[in-house]
Design a binder for this molecule. Sequence first.
Ligand code: NAP
Length: 281
Amino acid sequence: MIDGRTRVVGILGNPIEETLSPALHNAAFDHLALNWRYLPFLVQAAGLGEAVRAIRALNMAGVNVTMPFKEDVIEFLDEVDVVGEAVASVNTIVNHGGVLKGHNTDAAGFVRALIEDGDRDVAGGRGLIMGAGGAARAVAYGLAEAGAEALTIVNRTGDQAERAVGLLKGRFPALETEAASANGLDLGAGDIDIVVNATPLGKEDLKGIPSSVMEAISNKSVVVDLTTTPAVTAFLKAAVARGAKVVGGRSMLVFQGALAFALWTGREAPIDVMRKAIEDA
Ligand code: NAP
């Protein structure tokens, strides 16, 4: 029941129609009998500042932030956590009595998904990340923090890959890094332990995915696709055909959501309930 004590959280994005986050969080609130509700908010770029100020004005507990606002939202916040600052991407805002603090739970959520569902220890591993946007930068940070030895970032726009590597190097000077454009990628077969797709490519077919990325996938790799719909992408199917272990984007969605849930409510999130809520979505 919604009443005068209901705490409100939600998600700011554009488009927002396909988001799975309301199902995930509302199922968790119901399960723990918390008087909280999670709503989707379609925001126009010109209205982003107003939307963020509304968190304060409406005494909301916080929000998630999704595409395309994870970087642009930072200028409207009072504080940003270490990871959000390092990767210039915030996916969670917490309202501390009018002080809005931005967090990045994508990085830690990704690593938990990799460990729990990919059954993979990151320490000493070599990773290949396709994409250099906010999600790719968070994944790279998570892998570096968890002890990866080397990361290659390949992106359509080479400058963005360079920027991502520059941000990483500043924080993890010992990490071996390489930035590559799609055509300039030269990988030794079998050298890569973890392959991550952090682009919208590969949902229905493999169009646009560099052949060197596919060739880097072997039966020693774990492959993660951040795409959440479909749950099993063409890219993941192709990785399975090459003998790899695969993890879908819904796994990361659950773990980044669980961390946001804990930041807002101070309660541990019911992971299995969240998983089930989006299983059939
Ligand atoms: P973003 O900041 O907009 O970055 C998008 C990335 O994809 C950029 O590297 C971009 O390359 C690349 N890209 C886009 N269209 C492309 C195309 N046609 N060909 C080649 N490359 C293309 O977005 P993001 O926030 O990083 O999100 C990336 C993906 O991860 C999205 O699909 C998002 O839904 C997913 N995601 C999932 C989760 C989860 O919990 N599962 C969390 C966050 C994000 P350029 O630099 O060349 O433009």
